[in-house]
Design a protein around this ligand. Structure first.
Ligand code: PMP
Length: 298
């Protein structure tokens, strides 16, 4: 049996062995989900979309009014260092987390807490779907609605993920991969951890970014689709659009681009990954590798 090597977790400027990686019960992220995070893949000796993830982390912090005491460049360097120290060259995952910090319980204490906890957790052996065949996912329509932006903007990647956790439980109870949430207006939003796209007569459509997490993979796919000369539209999509689409696919950091071949009892297209999905996935993987930040300096 292979012995899993112990990884080192970055906590506030220091690397500590996983078993000693501890945060106080008074941390606001534990008490209230009061913090933000990112999820980053490593593949082929590279950290993927590092700048984009760090930009989104800082945007999330600004939105929830957490002031990071370090520059984005420093944060990028810590993330690459976490990959290097842990030899996360391939099939690795890095989870930077920022919480508001530790302080006495009580919502009224929030503004007084000014020292964020910064944690970067490495993980090995996640399967990053960049090679091989396009994955086929099945989906159901979730009974959970995506939190509307009037309540909490869905573009902030907040540590409070209960909306998504509940939808994911629904997917698991239906034994499918993705539970597709509608927004509160009844338009298609996203999966608990995926953005969603449809293809209709070679046009690529996806929900507007205001109602979903603006995924880094989503943005990259939109870009490569435009570069390929395809018509790309961000729009309010209905259940009708979804179920009559030629192709449906989902995107995220770990899955890259994965086909959705079944939604509830509907078979999408002919039940196999469609040509645009296959093509966009190949273009996305190339784009991601071109942009990747080398972990080991040469
Ligand atoms: N939507 C949600 C709700 C997510 O949690 C994720 C995963 N971060 C995504 C979409 C996809 O985002 P990304 O491409 O940045 O992984």
């Amino acid at each position: 049996m292979a012995i899993r090597r112990e990884l080192k977790v970055f906590i506030n400027g220091q690397f500590v062995p996983e078993r000693d990686a501890r945060i106080s019960v008074y941390d606001r992220s534990f008490l209230y989900g009061d913090g933000v995070f990112e999820g980053i893949a490593t593949f082929s000796g590279r950290v993927m979309f590092l700048r984009e993830h760090v930009q989104r982390l800082y945007a999330s912090c600004r939105y929830v009014q957490i002031t990071l005491p370090v520059s984005p460049d420093q944060m990028e360097a810590w993330i690459v260092e976490t990959a290097r120290v842990n030899e996360l060259d391939d099939q690795g995952y890095i989870r930077p987390l920022v919480s508001r910090g530790e302080g006495p319980m009580g919502l009224d204490q929030t503004a007084a807490i000014q020292k964020p906890n910064i944690v970067i957790i490495p993980q090995l052996g996640r399967s990053i779907d960049y090679g091989g065949q396009v994955k086929c996912y099945s989906a159901v329509m979730s009974s959970m609605r995506r939190t509307p932006q009037e309540c909490l903007d869905s573009r902030v990647k907040a540590n409070n993920y209960l909306n998504n956790v509940m939808a994911q439980l629904e997917a698991s109870s239906h034994r499918v991969d993705v539970a597709i949430m509608l927004d509160t207006r009844g338009f298609v939003a996203e999966g608990p951890g995926h953005n969603i796209f449809i293809v209709q007569q070679k046009e690529i459509l996806t929900p507007r970014p205001q109602n979903v997490l603006n995924g880094i993979t989503r943005q990259a796919v939109l870009r490569v689709a435009r570069e390929a000369g395809l018509k790309v539209t961000e729009a309010d999509l209905t259940l009708y659009d979804l179920t009559t689409a030629d192709e449906v696919f989902v995107t995220n950091t770990l899955s890259g681009v994965a086909a959705v071949t079944k939604v509830g009892d509907w078979i999408v297209g002919d039940g196999a990954p469609g040509p645009e999905t296959v093509e966009l996935r190949a273009r996305y993987v190339k784009h991601a590798l071109d942009r990747g930040t080398l972990i080991k300096r040469t």
